[in-house]
Design a protein around this ligand. Structure first.
Ligand code: FES
Length: 126
């Protein structure tokens, strides 16, 4: 993937974030900070028939963290709880489709960390 394509995907989600906002009367919510920079992402979700029927995010962060949360909500919305529970960091990185340097991994994963915290899913941060 060329650098331009990478930038295009990240900037598209950054400028036009999907599922941005907060769900009123959400069934679950959590906010996760990146301790390295202080940026934070909030996730709210609602449930229906053992699946995530809706999910939204908001917060402040760099382009990669906000684009990552946008891609996450697009890909995870409508999934069954089991699928969400088994959705790994690597699954997310594949869905993101753009290569992320090790230094920016924490940024890209911030939304997923918040979602796991909101759903009380165990996570091993690296
Ligand atoms: Fe703060 Fe990326 S620099 S989340």
């Amino acid at each position: 993937m060329s650098f331009d394509m990478y930038r295009e995907i990240i900037m598209d989600h950054y400028k036009n974030p999907r599922n941005f906002g907060a769900i009123k009367n959400a069934d679950g919510q959590a906010t996760k900070d990146n301790p390295l920079c202080g940026d934070s992402i909030q996730i709210t979700y609602s449930v229906g028939k053992e699946k995530l029927s809706d999910i939204k995010f908001n917060g402040t962060g760099c382009s990669i963290s906000l684009a990552g949360a946008s891609v996450l909500t697009e890909n995870i919305k409508g999934k069954k709880f089991d699928e969400v529970k088994n959705y790994t960091d690597e699954d997310f990185m594949k869905d993101l489709t753009v290569p992320i340097s090790p230094a920016r991994r924490k940024c890209a994963l911030l939304g997923l960390r918040a979602l796991r915290q909101a759903m009380d899913i165990e996570q091993h941060e690296n």
